[in-house]
Design a protein around this ligand. Structure first.
Ligand SMILES: Nc1ncnc2c1ncn2[C@@H]1O[C@H](COP(=O)(O)OP(=O)(O)OP(=O)(O)O)[C@@H](O)[C@H]1O
Ligand SMILES: O=P(O)(O)OC[C@H]1O[C@H](OP(=O)(O)OP(=O)(O)O)[C@H](O)[C@@H]1O
Length: 308
């Protein structure tokens, strides 16, 4: 593909590797945006789109950490990356976070050796901190140093490393680190523990505040709505059950739905069937409560996709 073929097309960046990659691919597959990626080529044409999209849309694979600045400067129209990465690259004024995507959830935490003398961030202030997040860590310890009135050489020393941050204390490079924690396995394996949280983060869909092509705005909304549908389908399920009319109001209070539940008559006069959207993470409690209220034949259906 030559560079001219990018002209006028909508560009959508997703991380080329790493923690967010697989989920991004499955979200875009759910939005029915198909593509073929050639070996060693980080730009690829979308294959399948309905007439309005054909030849207007290109997927670009970039390092997660570069996506905010490409989108923020308007070179790329849409992107998926971590909220943490947007703040670290100081692009929050230049992009809008359109949608939280519900994956890539973790926390940026201050960590120190479990067995060491440092127990609090105040103990760590003024010492050496190693991190890949030097902007966010600099802001965090800058405020702390100010509060503790540390000046000059007594202020916290932040040093950047590109990876394996968790090894820095054991190697004698740092007194503490700032790094991402999800399960805590990496932290525990390095005999570290967290003493403060700098930031909670998850993957987000972003768009530029300064788009280069105003003509893309319709396509951007269409893609955003498709992705919203895929994300909502992952969050909700359909709950269907039968309940007697005299218990209907208490059952509806348990499953109010997004707008309202669908209620259908059954052949038996005094019973109805109820169908309602429910949050997946509340399913077990909802089913317990429905049983307790007298509902029967409770069925849960997964959603493949939706528009809500
Ligand atoms: N353990 C984790 N659990 C959940 N999300 C994570 C985790 N680690 C990283 N992330 C999210 O994924 C983003 C990219 O992290 P990842 O470690 O995959 O980057 P990478 O591809 O190795 O980095 P780079 O492209 O800068 O080399 C992070 O900024 C964060 O938002
Ligand atoms: O709490 P956990 O579940 O162990 O996750 C945390 C780890 O995940 C990330 O690194 P990743 O494994 O993506 O590799 P990287 O260090 O090469 O970025 C992060 O930098 C931590 O090291």
């Amino acid at each position: 593909m030559n560079v001219d073929s990018l002209d006028g097309r909508l560009l959508f960046a997703i991380p080329k590797k790493g923690r967010l990659y697989e989920k991004c691919i499955s979200i875009l597959a759910g939005a029915d945006i198909q593509f073929r990626r050639h070996a060693r080529l980080d730009v690829c044409l979308v294959l399948n789109h309905p007439i309005a999209l054909t030849d207007h849309y290109i997927r670009v694979f970039l390092p997660a950490s570069d996506i905010p600045s490409f989108v923020g400067k308007g070179n790329v129209d849409l992107g998926i990356t971590g909220h943490d990465v947007i703040l670290e690259s100081q692009m929050q004024e230049h992009v809008t976070e359109e949608l939280r995507l519900g994956f890539g959830k973790c926390a940026l935490q201050v960590q120190v050796p479990e067995a060491g003398a440092i127990k609090t961030v105040e103990d760590l202030a003024g010492k050496r901190v190693v991190t890949s997040f030097e902007v966010l860590s600099g802001e965090y310890f800058g405020k702390l140093d100010d509060q503790l009135q540390l000046a000059g050489d007594n202020r916290t020393k932040i040093e950047y490393v590109g990876g394996s941050v968790e090894a820095a204390c054991a190697l004698g490079l740092a007194d503490g680190i700032v790094d991402l924690v999800e399960s805590g396995d990496t932290m525990r394996a390095a005999s570290l523990h967290a003493i403060a949280t700098v930031l909670e983060t998850e993957a987000v869909l972003i768009k530029s505040r300064v788009p280069k092509h105003a003509a893309h705005s319709g396509l951007i909304s269409l893609i955003t709505n498709r992705i919203k549908g895929v994300v909502a389908a992952g969050k909700y399920a359909i709950c269907q059950y039968n309940v007697s009319r005299d218990r209907l109001s208490s059952a509806i209070a348990i499953t109010p739905g997004r707008r309202a539940p669908t209620i259908s008559p059954l052949e038996t006069d005094d019973w109805v069937a109820v169908s309602s959207m429910v949050e997946k993470k509340k399913l077990a409690q909802i089913m317990d409560d429905l049983v307790a209220t007298g509902a029967e034949d409770i069925l849960i259906f997964s959603l493949d996709n939706c528009r809500v």
